[in-house]
Design a protein around this ligand. Sequence first.
Ligand SMILES: CC(C)(COP(=O)(O)OP(=O)(O)OC[C@H]1O[C@@H](n2cnc3c(N)ncnc32)[C@H](O)[C@@H]1OP(=O)(O)O)[C@@H](O)C(=O)NCCC(=O)NCCS
Length: 343
Amino acid sequence: MEFVSETPGQTASKQLQQPAGILGIGHAAPTRVVTNEQMEQLVETSAEWIESRTGIRERRLADENVCSSDLGLEAARQALSDARLRPDEIDLIIVATLTPDMLMPATACIIQEKLGARKAGAFDLAVACSGFVYALAVADQFVRTRAVRNVLVVGADTLSRVTNFQDRSTCVLFGDGAGAVVIGPVEEGSGILSFELGSDGSGGDLLIIPAGGGKKPGSVYELTRPECCIQMEGKPVYRFAVSAIGEAAVKALEKSGLTADEVTVFIPHQANLRIIEGAAKRLGVPMERVFVNVDRYGNTSNASIPIALWEARQEGRLKKGDVVVVVGFGGGLAWAAAVLRWS
Ligand SMILES: CC(C)(COP(=O)(O)OP(=O)(O)OC[C@H]1O[C@@H](n2cnc3c(N)ncnc32)[C@H](O)[C@@H]1OP(=O)(O)O)[C@@H](O)C(=O)NCCC(=O)NCCS
């Protein structure tokens, strides 16, 4: 076995690092529940098909006047109160979203203002459904290097705005919601231990919203609305998801020096129960240690992992010292995993 010694400089720089972890969690979900039976009224499908292929039984859809920032703000307020922090104690706000309220300003700035976080910098981060875990990794860098003290990370999406409700192969899958965490200083040995980020742009066409950006501005394509909506090739995305989750989690665990046996709670992006089961099997984590709530929310993109974290803690499944692995994956194609020791 190769032994790699550290130089005195490396040891000193590690000592200067400030471990970063989750200080508070919040969540927000629209009150309107849409069941599989209700989806039967919209497209040619059956409640049984949806549940057996995806594990989804219902999803929550936002009213027309509710945007990602509204749900994100509610989740952010909860997370701050949970962390016992005032808005002016937040130094940076990162909003992971693929459905910003507008192209400009950033949704993070809208939340910053409504929250009254007057000392915070704010920016959006867009990596489709992997965004929340990417944002955790970014927040970790800021806190770890002591550049800032507290970062608010919000995952908020209103996928119903980019869903084609005439396309049965996609519309049954998605829901709206938001979750938020405050990342700040924690004691040595706890918090975010490692992460693994990856992407493969060659699969970009497999999960895509073709219009609405600079290439096909939304205003021009409004009449052909399906181009402004999510389009997906389900089977290759499914295969990608199962292998990406497993591999990202294994690599992140390796970096933390832990093994799958030591994982207390595995929280993959909630897109499809079969994908989650396949990934858990690949990783070697039994389903009792996997958190699943896709049945009640569908795929809420950037909101799925923080909502799951919130619910897992509510259920008493996150205790001090527990090893938690979170993995996001989706359009890009991209993926991201992080290993945390609960503090
Ligand atoms: C979409 C998905 C559930 C389809 O499941 P599947 O087991 O691959 O489905 P199959 O390919 O075996 O079946 C497809 C058939 O079901 C039909 N179908 C698609 N959606 C349907 C629906 N809502 N209701 C009924 N039938 C449907 C298709 O038209 C197709 O019919 P055909 O064989 O006559 O052409 C699955 O591929 C998937 O979950 N992919 C990943 C999606 C995802 O998570 N994306 C987001 C990542 S962040």
